[in-house]
Design a protein around this ligand. Sequence first.
Ligand code: ADP
Length: 201
Amino acid sequence: MADYIVGLTGGIGSGKTTVANLFADLGITLVDADIVAREVVSKDSHGLNAIVNHFGNSVLLDDGNLDRAALRELIFNNDEQRLWINNLLHPLIRQTMLKNCKEAQSNYVIMVAPLLFENGLDRLVQRTLLVDISPELQQQRTIHRDRVSAEQVKNIIGSQASRAEKLSKADDVIDNQGEISALKCKVSALNTLYLKLSSSA
Ligand code: ADP
């Protein structure tokens, strides 16, 4: 059971997943906010049932899974409905993440959350770690990975907290503007720090 949680964040394409996987290689359990966000509305879940009760069957696909596009359409430009869905899902996501962290067997847990600061998830963790790169590199790596347009990436970057804001809030920062091979060493040093902090917490 792990009581010490490190929140790992960074903008799109910064290298969160790459860094998280290096911690996993060292035996540290990962709890991923994006995965939990999908789990809480999976087929027959409490979350999905509540959404169907509120919006009706039109938010369901034929196979009983959530029709994300239909739900997006319903809450698009509708603050009241957007608030309703956020009020339902945010507490559910938080509770599930904390439960998953508590159940982890490693000495501490890495909570991966792209919007750690934006969604106030930093309040759930003992320490925060930011993967930092310039917006130009962010754009370049995301375009290369996702085959999306520069315009799309710019919009996503614009919707996330600014680089300066994240840098001012994070306890630890990994500069990921160099080679991937340089990350291993940085992760290993942070792992030593987190093992120490979690054992004395
Ligand atoms: P995030 O999870 O923050 O969106 P990823 O870990 O998926 O970011 O990294 C974005 C892309 O950049 C991936 O294709 C990844 O392989 C690549 N990448 C990550 N770190 C580096 C690096 N230091 N040098 C070059 N490419 C990198």
